[in-house]
Design a protein around this ligand. Sequence first.
Ligand SMILES: [Zn+2]
Ligand SMILES: [Zn+2]
Length: 143
Amino acid sequence: MAEEPVLHSRRTLTLRFNIPIGKTHEFWDALKQGRFVTTKCSTCGNVCFPPQADCPKCMGDKLEWVELGRDATLVTYTYVQITPASFADSDPYIIAIGELSNGIKVLAWLEGVQPDKARPGMKLRVDTRTSKEGSPYYVFVPV
Ligand SMILES: [Zn+2]
Ligand SMILES: [Zn+2]
């Protein structure tokens, strides 16, 4: 049921939360502490990423925050050499889709890998970062 992202979209790296903005602070607070979390439905146990306000499976609204896990496998990636205007200051980068061990697919930058060395199936890890502006974010790094 994972929506296939459009890799060249400027919205690529924007997490679109279907959740009131006030509730997303849990995610960002956790990320600042180096934790990678998401919502789990207390009713049916469904784990979603990005975090949701309501369970898309059973429509339940009782959700708890759980650790997502860090281990991932590279599914696909794109090397972006023409940087979109919103990332005009950044160097060329790799955007990757990694599959976590629970099957959830996550879109993020892939750091620490030369574009010609990236291979689907390679083992990755989710790492947390803080931007110069102090905003937390997450990336994939090779294991
Ligand atoms: Zn908070
Ligand atoms: Zn549910």
